[in-house]
Design a protein. Structure first.
Length: 319
């Protein structure tokens, strides 16, 4: 819908006419050329017949420039209502294990053998891209925990950070407690209606001085729901004694139960995709957004035309 942002500016349109009527013509005194009456009359008639149109045009152009300037100042624009981004009122932190065991290539995708990290980053990035309306953050942990992406509605930026995750940037051990603890620290002053952590690990806590179950108690006290994903073909109950690359599914399950979340066991890429869909159902993003009004401004066009006409007048006067 076309409209003017400041239509009151147009009341200034008759200002030059009022100035001419009220102030009157300026008394110009200067040199004069005396010619015989017959020659003077001939010159006047020639001016009226040959240059009359040009004179009227030269008088009309300044008025047109004035009208165009006022029209530009009035702010012509087009209103285009669009749907705003859904806002769910949820803060969601993805806590991703980047320990050395994530390099194991015991997952398959489209018939090709891939590493655990490749499987996780592909599925997790797609999951985050579907979180429109959530404020999403990324925490990565190995021996230490780091804040890889701050809470943001820009889910595409967070998804790209997940895809760029590299093993070794946070150490090669597994410090689950610090990863979850950092997420809770970032949520401590959040005023979101819902706060959720999705914790993914493929090992057992073997770094740091904090017990993961103790951090889970803190999450419960804060009202933060923690969903855990135990990744890997084997866990501590099915693996042989001393076998590496096994996940502590029991601890992850306890973390989710204490905090009121859900625990998932993932052994294949298909399981991981199913978990992503299940989390979408648990933490749905369907909600109506506010209507946003976006304006397209058109003031530049009358302003540019006024500038061109002014330059044309200046050029004619310079001849």
């Amino acid at each position: 819908m076309f409209e003017l942002a400041d239509p009151w500016v147009l009341i200034l349109l008759p200002l030059p006419w009022l100035a001419v009527r009220l102030l009157g013509p300026r008394d110009i005194r200067g040199a004069a050329l005396l010619v015989p009456d017959r020659i003077g009359a001939t010159l006047v008639r020639a001016g009226r017949t040959s240059d009359g149109g040009q004179v009227r045009l030269r008088r009309g152009v300044p008025w047109l420039v004035w009208a165009l300037v006022l029209f530009a100042l009035s702010g012509p624009r087009d209103l285009a209502p669009v749907s705003a981004l859904r806002v769910t009122g949820r803060d969601l932190a993805v806590v991703l294990d980047l320990s050395g065991s994530m390099v194991r290539d015991d997952f398959y995708l489209d018939g090709q053998q891939i590493t655990r990290l490749q499987a996780v980053t592909r599925v997790a990035a797609d999951f985050v891209r579907r979180r429109g309306g959530d404020r999403v953050a990324l925490i990565v942990f190995g021996s230490e925990a780091y804040y890889a992406a701050p809470f943001s509605f820009d889910v595409e930026a967070v998804a790209r950070r997940i895809e760029q995750a590299t093993i070794g940037i946070s150490g090669r051990a597994t410090n689950i407690a610090d990863g979850l603890g950092l997420a809770l620290k970032r949520m401590q002053h959040s005023d979101a209606a819902t706060r959720v952590v999705i914790l993914l690990s493929d090992g057992k806590n073997n770094a740091g001085a904090t017990n993961p179950r103790g951090v889970a108690d803190l999450a419960a006290q804060m009202g933060v729901r923690v969903h855990t994903i135990a990744l890997g073909p084997k866990d501590l109950t099915t693996a042989e004694l001393g076998e590496h690359g096994v996940v502590d599914a029991a601890t992850l399950n306890a973390i989710s139960k204490v905090s009121g979340g859900q625990s998932f066991r993932v052994r294949t890429t298909e399981d991981l995709v199913a978990v992503s869909a299940a989390l979408d159902r648990l933490e749905a993003t369907d909600s109506d957004g506010l209507a946003a009004e976006i304006y397209r401004d058109f003031w530049v066009w009358p302003a540019a035309l006024a500038a061109l006409l002014s330059l044309g007048l200046a050029w004619r006067d310079a001849e």
